[in-house]
Each structure stands twice: as structure tokens, then as C-alpha cells.
Design a protein around this ligand. Structure first.
Ligand code: 5GP
Ligand code: SF4
Ligand code: MG
Length: 465
């Protein structure tokens, strides 16, 4: 999911949220929503199924008035794909409503739901996100302040949560003790240097760039920030946070123009492409990428190998990411809508095909076939991440383990199944070393099965072989 928040009295905060979400569209295409808080009035909310551009128009945005806004783009991992699960989740409390936007996935949802059901018999939707909102509301209603209530509720949550929470008094931004999902802080441009600094929160820096906000820093793992008319204050609510940023954000999920670990992900992905070429060279005439996610690594591969880079597949950019569509049959139809090979480029050539990952193997197999049908004489595939052998429980929908091709098949068997002449993956060490940070600071459980937050039964057995 994508989350966004902005505190800026006097500005059109709904419009800022709209554009922020527009830049975060890749993080979730199922539904979109914005809540705004006008001074001394109840909040305004609009959320619906669909893309940001489908859910909002000028007329709707004009009804969303206020001093602060929070927004969400949803990517369904828990709960069914229904309008009622769209966010922000709006919940009444003693201190007024809160509007919560969540990215990530809790692993203790059943326990939390059971505990909360004792006091709230009206838990209407099935999302873990709504449970966090209720946990905060419950704490507020027992007499706590927003900040005390936030910390109390966060301590009851296990798993991944990057949160942006609107209240009548200000915006809370928070990350779980491992900071599995990203969340960044930006400062809005000022008309006059004497104006107070106004802050925005976004899942990725591309959500700040689009509104002209300057990227200041990340919300840290186990940190909560509180943004009000007085500015921003920070609370570290976890004594010993252990950073475990999702490495898949860097490999694939986040936009290449977003900055993580002090560099654009384009630069990181190009570097792992170079490393892939050194680890697993091949004889080929052309390097091509599976667009768009494979492009930076393919360029890096071409630079390090000296094999020219070309475009061999043209993508219809108006089709959503295939993996976000809910059914297997839709997914299979998706790929034909999405990519078209360039016969003139491919004819008679030995192709080195680069992609960021193989998950189920269905897309890769179709692409390889399309390249051969278009005249490629050989297809060698190089993947800029290790084999995905384990499902994600923290908010990326990599399916249950039985659907992951590398969970049960060797690299040779996968090569045979997707019908390539050769196949190599980037090494796990290579992927992590190129982050130029301590490998211990990342979650890479989908490649290793080493889950940083223990996954309780029956969640575990539902997704693991
Ligand atoms: P596959 O060959 O596994 O069907 O698809 C691999 C391609 O789709 C890669 O280009 C990858 O970017 C994308 N992809 C497909 N499904 C998923 C998924 O469930 N999660 C992620 N992260 N990427 C996926
Ligand atoms: Fe990211 Fe994989 Fe960890 Fe999930 S399991 S948080 S996708 S690295
Ligand atoms: Mg891709």
C-alpha cells in the first residue's frame, strides 16, 4: 500500500494528498482514499475502489477541506477486495475521529481482533488496519492522549506497520520496531523564509517530489512523529529497534526514482545488474529488460558485460502491474495485454533477458515464448535477486509457498519450465552487499525463510508448505 499525510493549514491539503497518492499509485491499485480534518468540524472522507485518478476529481477534492490530510492507496494482502476495506479507516474516539492509513501486514491479527471484539462488537471489516485504529480509539477512550494511545496500540501490534494517522489535533507517523515498510518525512516549500515549516509524510520519496517537498529523513524503525501547528516532535517508543527494511522494496516494489539508503533505487538496481553480469556472464548479442521493473538491472548488466542494451519488449504503461490482479486467470490474461515484442530487434539474435524476480514463473514463461516467437535464437535469463522460496507475511503478496516456483524446483528445473537456454539468479550475498549497509538491517525472508518477526500458527501453515 501507499500512505501519505500532510499538515499545511491554508493550503489545499486534499490536492496535495491527491498528488502524493498519484505518485504512490504503484504501491496499490485496488482502492484509494483521502481524509481531511477541518478546524472545529468533523473530518471529511472519500474512498472508493479504483485508481487515484478514477476515485477523485476536482469536485470531490473541493469537498475535502481541512488543515491536514491523510491518504492511502490499497494493495490487498489481507481482507478481501471490497470497498469497505478501503482506507483511511475512520474511527470515532473521545477526542474526535481518527483516520488511519496503514502499509504492511500484522501477524497477530486474530489475537488482536479477539481482544478488541470484547469491547467493540461493531468491527465491520476484515482488515488488520482497522484493528490498529480500534486499538488506538480504545486507548484514547480509556483516558490516554493521542500519543499515549498510539504507543499503547503499537505495542499490541506485531508485524509490519508504517502508519499515517490523522486526528483533529495533528498527524501521527509511525513505523514498527523493524521498520519493515518505508516511511519518509518531507518539508513543504515556503513562500517566505519566516513561514513555519510544514511537513508531509509519504511511503516513498517520489510522493514528496511530486508536491515539491524536500526529503528530510526517514521515520526510523520504532519511531513515532507528531506533526501539529507547532511543528514536528519525535518519540522513540521502542527501547531497542532492530532495522529490517524489506529488501524487496529495493529490488522491485518501490519506484526507481525513490531514495532509500541514501541513493535512488535506480542506482542500486543498476549496481546489482552489474554485479549479476560479473557473477553470471553469458554469450549474447543483446541485453533486454522485462519492462519496467527489469530495466535498471539490465542497463547495469549491459555496462558490465559490454553486451549492447536494447528495448525488445514494449509495455503498455496503462495496464496495471499484473500481480496486483486477484485471480490467476486474470493474471495470465494480463501479460498479453501488457507486453509486445519488437520483432525487428529480436530477429536472429541471442537474447540476454534481465528481470528483477521470478515469483510464480508464469509471466517469465510467456515472455520467453514471446521472444522466441519473435525470432530470438537463444534466450538466457538473468534475475537480479535470489530465488523467491518463501511467502511474505509482512505486506507483499508473494502468494503461498506452493505457488512459488523456486520453493520446490531447482534452478535447472525452473530453466526447463520457463524454457530458457540458461538461467542464473543474483546471489543473496551480492544483493545485500550492494546495499552498502549491514545485511542484518534488512528483511530478506522471502529468499531465506528467516522471518524477522515470528509468524504464529495458523498463519504460518496456511502459507507454508
Ligand atoms: P513470474 O514470472 O514470477 O510470473 O513474474 C515475474 C515478474 O512479475 C517480475 O517482473 C516481477 O517484477 C513481477 N511479479 C509477478 N508477481 C509478483 C508478485 O507476487 N510479487 C512481486 N513482488 N512481483 C511479482
Ligand atoms: Fe520484504 Fe520478502 Fe521480507 Fe516480505 S519477506 S518483508 S517481501 S523481504
Ligand atoms: Mg516485472
Amino acid at each position: 500500500c501507499g500512505v501519505f499525510g500532510v499538515y499545511a493549514p491554508g493550503e489545499d491539503v486534499a490536492k496535495l494528498a491527491y498528488f502524493g497518492l498519484y505518485a504512490l499509485q504503484h504501491r496499490g491499485q485496488e482502492s484509494a482514499g483521502i481524509a481531511t480534518f477541518p478546524k472545529d468540524h468533523p473530518p471529511c472522507l472519500h474512498k472508493e475502489m479504483g485508481l487515484v485518478s478514477q476515485v477523485f476529481n476536482e469536485t470531490i477534492l473541493n469537498t475535502l477541506v481541512g488543515e491536514l490530510a491523510v491518504g492511502h492507496t490499497r494493495y490487498s494482502t489481507t481482507g478481501t477486495s471490497r470497498a469497505v476495506n478501503a482506507q483511511p479507516a475512520l474511527v470515532p474516539t473521545r477526542l474526535g475521529h481518527l483516520a488511519l492509513a496503514h502499509n504492511g501486514n500484522l501477524v497477530n491479527t486474530p489475537i488482536l481482533r479477539e481482544e478488541l471484539l470484547r469491547n467493540h462488537h461493531n468491527l465491520v471489516t476484515s482488515t488488520d488496519s482497522e484493528l490498529i485504529a480500534f486499538a488506538i480509539a480504545e486507548a484514547v477512550d480509556s483516558g490516554k492522549t493521542w500519543l499515549e494511545a498510539g504507543i499503547h496500540a503499537f505495542n499490541r501490534c506485531q508485524g509490519a506497520f508504517s502508519l499515517v494517522i490523522g486526528t483533529p489535533d495533528g498527524i501521527i507517523g509511525a513505523r514498527d520496531p523493524n521498520g519493515i515498510r518505508p516511511l519518509v518525512i518531507g518539508a513543504l516549500p515556503k513562500a517566505n523564509s519566516s513561514d513555519p515549516t510544514r511537513y508531509a509524510l509519504a511511503s516513498e520519496t517520489c510522493g514528496l517530489d511530486i508536491i515539491g517537498a524536500e526529503y528530510l529523513r526517514d521515520v526510523e524503525p520504532g519511531e513515532m512523529v507528531w506533526i501539529t501547528n507547532e511543528g514536528m516532535t519525535s518519540y522513540h517508543w521502542v527501547p531497542q529497534p532492530q532495522p529490517k527494511l524489506c529488501i524487496f522494496e529495493m529490488i522491485y516494489f518501490a519506484r526507481p526514482d525513490s531514495v532509500m539508503q541514501n541513493e535512488s533505487l535506480y542506482t542500486y538496481r543498476m549496481r546489482i545488474g552489474r554485479r549479476l553480469a560479473l557473477e553470471s556472464p553469458a554469450d549474447a548479442d543483446l541485453v533486454i529488460a522485462v519492462p519496467d521493473s527489469g530495466i535498471p538491472a539490465a542497463i547495469g548488466f549491459s555496462q558490465a558485460s559490454g553486451i549492447p542494451y536494447a528495448e525488445g519488449l514494449i509495455k503498455n504503461r496503462y495496464v496495471g502491474r499484473t500481480f496486483i490482479q486477484p485471480t490467476q486467470s486474470m493474471r495470465e490474461a494480463g501479460i498479453r495485454m501488457k507486453l509486445n515484442p519488437l520483432r525487428d530487434v529480436l530477429q536472429g539474435k541471442r537474447i540476454l533477458l534481465v528481470d528483477d524476480s521470478i515469483v510464480r514463473g508464469t509471466t517469465s514463461r510467456k515472455i520467453v515464448k514471446a521472444l522466441r516467437d519473435a525470432g530470438a535464437t537463444e534466450v538466457h535469463m538473468r534475475i537480479s535477486s535470489p530465488p523467491v522460496t518463501h511467502p511474505c507475511f509482512y505486506g507483499i503478496d508473494t502468494d503461498s509457498q506452493d505457488h512459488l516456483i523456486a520453493a520446490t524446483k531447482s534452478v535447472e528445473e525452473i530453466a526447463a519450465q520457463i524454457e530458457v537456454d540458461s538461467l542464473s539468479y543474483l546471489s543473496w550475498a551480492g544483493m545485500l552487499e550492494e546495499t552498502r549497509d549491514d545485511p542484518a538491517n534488512f528483511c530478506s525472508a522471502c529468499f531465506t525463510g528467516q522471518y524477522p518477526v515470528p509468524v504464529p500458527e495458523p498463519l504460518k501453515s496456511a502459507k507454508l508448505l
